[in-house]
Design a protein around this ligand. Structure first.
Ligand code: HEC
Length: 141
């Protein structure tokens, strides 16, 4: 008798547990990626006058390292990103462009999920080249 009660309780709880579990997973995958507050203040070390040559170098690296996921124009539509969840970010979007250079640098440096942690692969100055290149994507919509 007691066991039957337990079974009933279990069956009643099961859908609840599954629902909570499913929500937790969904939440994880759609959770907005926010750089830590301190990242906002990291200063772009490249002088204004050198940003366009830095961006040019960034464009070269982008072709080799990033296009596969982020796509030719950086819109997040590269062939390698199709099956990913979360999807590669649209780097031309306001959601990205409204972040500070430091936040973008921090994300490139640290990565998350399928986004590669570029620290150790790209040198620090190359990661800044990427930031400066991403800034040039703003105008091209
Ligand atoms: C294997 C696929 C892949 C490659 C290669 C890749 N990315 Fe990403 N990138 C992603 C994914 C997926 C996200 C979204 C991650 C998330 O939201 O958790 C992302 C996010 C980003 C973001 C953060 C945008 C935001 O939401 O604020 C930046 C910046 C970025 N990538 C830059 C780059 C740069 C620069 C390169 C090349 C050096 C690169 N990515 C290469 C998959 C990739």
């Amino acid at each position: 008798m007691k066991n039957k009660m337990k079974n009933k309780m279990f069956l009643l709880m099961l859908p609840m547990v599954i629902t909570i579990f499913a929500f937790t997973i969904a939440e994880k995958q759609t959770e907005k990626w926010v750089a830590p507050v301190a990242a906002k203040k990291i200063k772009n070390p490249v002088a204004e006058s050198k940003r366009s040559s830095s961006a040019k170098n960034g464009a070269k690296i982008f072709k080799v390292r990033c296009i596969v996921c982020h796509g030719n124009g950086g819109k997040g539509d590269g062939p390698g990103g199709k099956a990913l969840n979360p999807k590669p970010a649209n780097l031309t979007s306001l959601a990205v462009q409204n972040q500070s250079d430091g936040e973008i640098f921090w994300k490139i440096t640290n990565g998350r999920a399928a986004m590669i942690k570029w620290e150790g692969i790209l040198k620090e100055n190359e990661r800044w080249d990427m930031v400066n290149y991403i800034r040039t994507l703003k105008a091209k919509k």
